[in-house]
Design a protein around this ligand. Structure first.
Ligand SMILES: [Zn+2]
Length: 375
C-alpha cells in the first residue's frame, strides 16, 4: 500500500480485528465511519465526533462537488482543514448518490451526466473527474467510481452494470496514479449473484487496490439476503486488505457483517435517527417522542457514558424533542454515535480475546429484553 497499511491482529471465526495505519492516524478495525455528508456530521462538532471514539469519517463527493465545490475546498486548504477534522477521511466516489439523488441522469460508457438536486445545474461525473474531486478534497481513502443498480434488478442488468464498474475501476486506478499516503479502494459489485461477485473480485484484484469494498448491498434487499451474500463475498476478497461494506447499517446488521469478515462500515442511520427522535441503545430502539418518557427522570441508557445519558433524563430529551429544540438532535446524535462506537470497541476486544460468539450472544440477549419498563 502507498503509505497506508493494514495490519490484521486477530481473527475469531471469520471476524477480524486489526488496524489501518495512515499518515493522519490509525483506524482500529472493525471500524464504523460516521457520515459527514456536507463537510459536517450533522448536529455534531468534529471534536465531539472524535470523542465518541470515531477514528475516521466519510465525506460525500456528490454533495461536496455541488456545494461548496471541490475546487473551492482545495483553495481553502482541503476538506480536513475546511471542516476542522484532522483524522482520516474516506470519500465515496459520488456514483451511488448521482443515481439516487440527481435528476435527468444520462449514463454512458464515459460516465454520468446529471442535473444537481440543489440548483438544477448540469454536471458530469466520470472515473477521472471523481478521482480529481477526491484528490482536491484531500481524502485519505479514495473510492473507485462505480455504478450500482437498486435491487431487485434482473441478472442481465446486474451483470452489465458490474462489468461497466470494473472498466471504470481500471480507469479510476489509472487516474488516481501514484499518491503516497493515500489509498484507493476498489468496489466489488454483482448483486446477489455469487458468480458475478467472484468475477468482480477477480477483476479488481487484477487491477490491484489498497482495500476492497463490498458494494451494491443495503439497497433494498433486506437483512437475510444481505447476510446470505456476506456469507461468501468477503472471502472472495484478499484477506490481507481491509474489506469495507458500504452503507450499513442498523446495529444488528453491523454485528452480522463483522461476524462475516467485514472490517469497515458507514451509515447515516445513527445521525439521521438522532434528528428524528430515535435512539439506538443496547436494549434496542427507543422513540423519545413517546409520551411514556415525559415524566421519566432516568437516563436513556443507565450504562452509557455519553453526555446525553450522563447528564440528562428521558423527560428532558422528550421535552426538547417535542419543543423542536436543536439540542434534541445534538444529544441523541451524540448518544447514537457513542453507542455505535461502543459496539465496535466491544467487538474489537471480543475478537482479540477469541470470545466473539459470547459477545454476540450477549448483544442479542440484551436487545431481546427490550427497553426498560415505563415507570
Ligand atoms: Zn448515551
Amino acid at each position: 500500500m502507498s503509505g497506508v497499511t493494514f495490519e490484521l491482529k486477530a481473527t475469531d471465526g471469520r471476524a477480524r480485528t486489526g488496524v489501518i495505519r495512515t499518515t493522519r492516524g490509525d483506524i482500529r478495525t472493525p471500524a464504523f465511519m460516521p457520515v459527514g455528508t456536507a463537510a459536517t456530521v450533522k448536529a455534531m462538532m468534529p471534536e465531539s465526533v472524535a470523542a465518541t471514539g470515531a477514528d475516521i469519517l466519510l465525506g460525500n463527493t456528490y454533495h461536496l462537488m455541488l456545494r461548496p465545490g471541490a475546487e473551492r475546498i482545495a483553495r481553502l486548504g482541503g476538506l480536513h482543514k475546511f471542516m476542522n477534522w484532522d483524522k482520516p477521511i474516506l470519500t465515496d466516489s459520488g456514483g451511488f448518490q448521482v443515481m439516487s439523488l440527481s435528476d435527468l441522469r444520462k449514463l454512458t460508457e464515459k460516465g454520468v451526466t446529471f442535473r444537481s438536486h440543489v440548483d438544477g445545474s448540469k454536471h458530469e461525473l466520470t472515473p477521472e473527474r471523481s478521482m480529481e474531486i477526491q484528490r482536491l478534497l484531500g481524502s485519505d481513502i479514495v473510492m473507485c467510481f462505480d455504478e450500482c443498480p437498486a435491487l431487485p434488478a434482473d441478472r442481465k442488468r446486474i451483470e452489465e452494470s458490474m462489468r461497466l464498474s470494473m472498466r471504470w475501476a481500471a480507469r479510476s486506478k489509472d487516474a488516481f496514479g501514484d499518491r503516497p499516503g493515500h489509498a484507493l479502494f476498489g468496489i466489488q459489485q454483482g448483486g446477489l449473484e455469487p458468480d458475478l461477485r467472484e468475477e468482480s473480485a477477480k477483476a479488481l484484484q487484477e487491477i490491484g487496490f489498497d482495500g476492497y469494498a463490498i458494494g451494491g448491498l443495503a439497497v433494498g434487499e433486506g437483512q437475510e439476503a444481505m447476510f446470505a451474500c456476506l456469507d461468501y463475498a468477503p472471502g472472495q476478497l484478499p484477506a490481507d486488505r481491509p474489506r469495507y461494506l458500504m452503507g450499513v447499517g442498523k446495529p444488528d446488521d453491523i454485528v452480522g457483517a463483522v461476524k462475516r469478515g467485514v472490517d469497515m462500515m458507514d451509515c447515516v442511520l445513527p445521525s439521521r435517527s438522532g434528528r428524528t427522535g430515535q435512539a439506538w441503545t443496547r436494549r434496542g430502539q427507543v422513540n423519545i417522542k413517546n409520551a411514556r418518557h415525559s415524566d421519566d427522570p432516568r437516563p436513556l441508557d443507565e450504562e452509557c457514558t455519553c453526555p446525553a445519558c450522563r447528564n440528562y433524563s428521558r423527560a428532558y430529551l422528550h421535552h426538547v424533542f417535542r419543543a423542536g429544540e436543536m439540542i434534541s438532535g445534538m444529544l441523541l446524535t451524540w448518544h447514537n454515535l457513542h453507542y455505535y462506537q461502543e459496539i465496535m470497541a466491544g467487538m474489537r476486544e471480543a475478537i482479540a480475546e477469541g470470545r466473539f460468539d459470547a459477545w454476540e450472544a450477549a448483544f442479542h440477549a440484551t436487545r431481546e429484553e427490550g427497553d426498560i419498563p415505563a415507570l
